[in-house]
Write a protein that binds this ligand. Structure first.
Ligand code: ADP
Length: 327
């Protein structure tokens, strides 16, 4: 019997990239296999509505993300795999938490500042995104949340909100801890000073990319014009990013890679990176293609997950309603 709960989610807003994988998804599979936690993994479709999208594509993006979860190795028999909007308690709790969340703190969230600067008309959902995220987590009494480092500020917000709620209404929520990987921030291939993100597809290496696409993208990745492969985040951010990716997908330490490629031309080094990435995801691509072709199976997985998630979430929501005095 697991004693601790763990929650995380990924937005269905496009194909998953290697940042999503190395920062989060691969860790999901390791944590599931580790057996220390009862794991809840969700496709956070409601979060993805805060950025421009095509309604005709949203359903297939949800299925695609579910397929990615399973293709990466998550087991629906071991983890609760579900779709956020299939569990209405998330929205109800988000509203309740909205009435506790300080406006000033939300205004300081860097994701909101970054994303709203890129939207013509900023929607309120983008502003209250961290409140819904807090609801996603505390609803399951999660003690751990595996995420990339772009989510650390939101997680700190969740912890503060849980404390505030507990202080006002009595002990109700756990304060979740982030679980980071050795590559918590994979950078864009086209701009190594920015994080790789689905909302900027040009800089992404997608897990579904074929080997020739991977080769073309890695060869074109922005690096400095110098020579010598060394790990220097400040002066060689492009090479450092590729070293981080190479090390994670190959299992060879950065130190050993630098020993091996230190004097190699960038083109030789990049070719080796592309080959290692293509090899790492060959099995994933095959499995994913099969799953996408069998959407009925994915729908079943989501339905089964929603049943369990609703049971857990509704029990917690009943406790919360009582605490805040609702009839
Ligand atoms: P995106 O920003 O690409 O839309 P999501 O918001 O769906 O990704 O994030 C899903 C998970 O992937 C989160 O845990 C997030 O922290 C992680 N993640 C996203 N981008 C990166 C990145 N470039 N490097 C490491 N982890 C990342």
């Amino acid at each position: 019997m697991h004693t601790k709960n763990l929650v995380s989610g990924i937005q269905p807003s496009g194909k998953l990239h290697i940042g999503n994988y190395l920062g989060a998804l691969e860790n999901f599979t390791k944590l599931e296999a580790g057996g220390d936690y009862r794991c809840f993994f969700m496709v956070v479709d409601l979060h993805s509505l805060t950025e421009p999208y095509d309604p005709a594509l949203k359903g297939s993006q949800v299925l695609d993300t579910l397929a990615s979860f399973v293709a990466a190795g998550l087991d629906p028999k071991k983890s609760v795999i579900f779709v956020q909007s299939h569990v209405p308690a998330h929205c109800e709790l988000a509203w309740i938490l909205n009435t506790v969340a300080p406006f000033g703190e939300l205004s300081r969230m860097t994701q909101f500042k970054d994303k709203s600067a890129r939207q013509e008309e900023t929607n309120i959902g983008l502003f209250t995104y961290p409140v819904l995220m807090a609801a996603d987590i505390v609803l399951y009494d999660a003690e751990a949340v595996p995420v990339g480092d772009d989510q650390l500020q939101h997680l700190e917000f969740t912890r503060a909100l849980a404390r505030k709620f507990n202080h006002r209404f009595g002990e109700t929520f756990k304060e979740p801890e982030p679980l980071l990987t050795p590559t918590p921030r994979v950078m864009s291939l086209t701009d190594p000073m920015r994080k790789m993100s689905k909302s900027e597809p040009a800089g992404c290496l997608f897990l579904d990319d074929e080997p020739d696409e991977i080769m073309a993208k890695v060869m074109a990745a922005v690096t400095d014009s110098g020579t010598g492969v060394s790990y220097d985040r400040d002066n060689k951010p492009g090479i450092a990013n590729l070293l981080g990716i190479f090390s994670s997908v190959s299992g060879t330490s950065i130190e050993d890679l630098v020993k091996e490629y230190g004097n190699a031309k960038y083109s030789v080094f990049k070719k080796a990176v592309a080959k290692a990435v293509a090899k790492k995801f060959a099995g994933y691509r095959k499995k994913k293609a099969k799953l996408v072709a069998n959407s009925e199976k994915l729908v079943k997985i989501a339905a089964r997950g929603a049943k369990t998630a609703n049971a857990v979430a509704n029990a917690k929501l009943a406790e919360i309603r009582k605490k805040i005095g609702l009839l």
